[in-house]
Ligand binder design. Structure first.
Ligand SMILES: Nc1nc2c(ncn2[C@@H]2O[C@H](COP(=O)(O)OP(=O)(O)OP(=O)(O)O)[C@@H](O)[C@H]2O)c(=O)[nH]1
Ligand SMILES: [Mg+2]
Length: 326
């Protein structure tokens, strides 16, 4: 069941981020992440033949071709659906028997676009589609690529331009009287596996290894991610980047923002060693053709989590009184 307030063809969740920030790779990793969680009952399916083909193509790029999807050129619309685990329930008047409750479902309509659209000053059809998707959705995934920020430093410019366009469309009327955008926003720091990012996390004391995790992968604890994000912004090429967090908090309700540290491919783990090795964790290496090859298993980190968090926030009705434990 999709909530009745979901309008077909309009995105529940829209994503944006600068060119090359990792948007398409994130979508490719989403089905792998959900598949890995299938014991917990999660699945991602394409709603129509085109979306199913695209889903398989994206997944195969990472898993079979062992490389990344090509940069996005044409606007691509993915209609997917996440189906969660159905809970065993007991009826109070018949407590000795269990029955299977309906599985939680929500629709993921993603519009994948070239990230450099905002660099274009004149409006065009794709740019209009991007702003439309941000306006119509209620969940946003914002991709922040710390490596690109350290080199190019244009995230602030892109974010500022996008938010002002969306605010110009949504906040001038009386609908949102509190002056904030109504969306929930998952701010995703991408490419955590990149040594430039992981090293900062380890050297600055943000990465912790949970003794309960048999792979001993260093992770940034949830409550420290906003500070890690602020640090990465401070290290950026563009000094305006420091204002990104303030910009996000100025436009969105504080309790509707959540920060995630993500990697589409995850860290390399030597099968023989069986756990994270700080001297050998590169999972992306240059190949002989001048491209990139994914070296070991694809282990997405925090790819499913932001999507499920958004699903839970924007479609609470679809999950009411059901098990939804991500
Ligand atoms: N190390 C590492 N590199 C990544 C990851 N995700 C993406 N990349 C790199 O970033 C490049 C761009 O990723 P895309 O997913 O195509 O980025 P995009 O935001 O869709 O880019 P456009 O479509 O051009 O806007 C990839 O070709 C990879 O080289 C990741 O999780 N880890
Ligand atoms: Mg892309």
């Amino acid at each position: 069941m999709v909530d009745s307030d979901s309008v077909p063809g309009e995105p529940d969740i829209a994503m944006w981020g600068a060119s090359g920030s990792g948007k398409t790779a994130f979508l490719a990793a989403l089905s792998i992440a959900l598949n890995k969680a299938r014991d917990a009952g999660w699945r991602l399916i394409g709603e129509n033949p085109v979306s199913r083909t695209e889903l398989a193509k994206l997944r195969d790029t990472l898993l079979q071709a062992r490389t990344f999807p090509a940069p996005t050129e044409a606007l691509t619309h993915y209609s997917w659906m996440i189906i969660g685990p159905a809970a065993q329930r007991r009826r109070w008047w018949w407590p000795w028997a269990t029955h299977v409750a309906k599985a939680p479902k929500f629709k993921l309509d993603f519009l994948d676009l070239r990230g450099d659209l905002y660099a274009e000053s004149e409006s065009n059809i794709d740019k209009k589609a991007l702003v439309d998707s941000l306006v119509k959705s209620r969940g946003l995934i914002y991709m922040f690529d710390p490596d690109r920020e350290a080199r190019v430093g244009d995230a602030f410019k892109h974010l500022d331009a996008a938010l002002h366009e969306v605010a110009g469309r949504m906040l001038v009327g009386d609908e949102f009287e509190d002056g904030k955008l109504p969306h929930h926003i998952a701010v995703c720091i991408t490419k955590y596996d990149d040594p430039k990012v992981l090293r900062i996390a380890m050297e600055e004391g943000f990465a912790e290894r949970d003794p309960g995790d048999e792979l001993r992968i260093p992770r940034v604890p949830e409550e420290r991610v906003p500070d890690f994000f602020r640090l990465l912004c401070r290290e950026a090429h563009d000094h305006n980047a420091e204002m990104i967090l303030d910009l996000i908090e100025a436009f969105f309700h504080r309790d509707r923002i959540k920060y995630f540290v993500t990697s589409s491919v995850g860290l390399f783990i030597d099968e023989d060693l069986g756990r994270f090795d700080p001297d050998d964790f590169l999972n992306v290496i240059d190949n002989a053709n001048g491209g990139l090859t994914i070296r070991g298993a694809v282990r997405p980190m925090n790819v499913m989590e932001p999507v499920i968090w958004l699903g839970r926030m924007i479609r609470p009705g679809a999950m009411r009184s059901r098990r939804w434990d991500g």
